[in-house]
Write a protein that binds this ligand. Sequence first.
Ligand SMILES: O=CCCC(=O)O
Length: 489
Amino acid sequence: MTLKNGQLLRQQAYIGGIWCDADSKATITVRNPYDGSPLGTVPNLGAAETARAIAAADGALPAWRAKTGKERGAILRKWHQLIEQHSDDLALLLTLEQGKPLAEARGELNYALSFVEWFAEEAKRIYGDVLPTPRGDQRLMAIRQPVGVVAAIIAWNFPSALVTRKVSPALAAGCCVVLKPSELTPYTALALAWLGEQAGIPPGVLNVVTGDPAPIGSELSGNATVRKLTFTGSTATGRLLMQQSASNIKKLSLELGGNAPFIVFEDADLDEAVQGLMASKFRNAGQTCVCANRVYVHSTVAEAFGAKLRAEIERMRLGNGLDQDVTIGPLIDQRAVDKVSRLVADATAKGASLLAGGRLAQPGTLLFQPTLLDGIADDMDIAHEEIFGPVVGLCTFESEAAVLARANDSESGLAAYFYTADLERVWRVMEALEYGIVGVNTGAVSNEVGPFGGIKESGVGREGSKYGIEEFLELKYVCLAGKSLNAAR
Ligand SMILES: O=CCCC(=O)O
């Protein structure tokens, strides 16, 4: 790996401003999912080191919290500047450890930067309220204060954006953070932490613990000093963290699995709808929680839509994310390949037609072909499970009411998409969809301004946007009483 600045490849954890190894000296090897080659190692920390990171964050809290929003915002702006300055190296690291094409890695870094910029600005805008008093001898206020020490646990699919979407609002609010990146993709997070150190984030304010998720996650959720846990990952892990956090009633944000419906009505612009589906479905090889997962096309346009979609899918180039012309990279690991293979096999065994792809491009790799299935029925596993891979399954529908019932028939409630030219239908369908995010005539909904998050088993809380900082603040109600206040009114 040739980085312009070799210091960005950090192979140690970061606790209390010190780069360190595991107490046991145990390490985990990080591999390139394209060819399995080792990129390096990171320390395999356990509960003891995690507890030390929490103590370091707690120790740094009084001074960080005492800074003004403007001062914290200035440090975040410096961090932003350094991330931007090193974005070539960061994109390279991201592609090497995660597999997504370099152009997508650059796109993700811009997305990551947008959260740092946004929350650097929001740091100055943490307002309170003076409330109308019900009694002449009292004055009422609500003020916002940082929640305290924050644990942030992130998934491997967006190694930079998930860091900045959680860490920037936490730091802006005056909280200190213990960050646990995925053991599959730790290097981007560690490089970001190193840039944070260069930007002047004081020791202990941002800590990074690497290693196996179980002991670290259980310390982060069970330790009462951590007052807020923010997690992006599977619904199963989110449920476990929620249970473990119940012992000390932590504030929680959980961004969990999705099962997004994508509906193409008969009056939709089919070319636009195909482009929207490609953007939503194949971003990060389909490994995105907001990816289109169930595609419902009105029966009168299904054939035309399927033909256009197939042509686009056949144009994709699968391979090494570092190659210029590659548009889709490998899946993250063998478990992901096994799941996608099982879903395709189940669908074809139950009568779906395979129109494109359907298997690994080369045995022994993680390169799963972009795949198109037609004739998906509700009894197939793919109609209910989150695919998390480059597979589109087409179903047809006849009426708005019927497709809405099918779209809402899910425990998940993260993102939903639909295409139509009918303005009244836009309102009707948007209001009826039981999802936290709805894309209307677009497959790309993620940015720093929109509140990102789901309902039902897709989680709790919102990230990004003007609402995102609230997750790291507590509201304190102050009631001031005094007899002489009556006279002052
Ligand atoms: O998969 C989770 C994040 C995806 C996004 O921010 O659009």
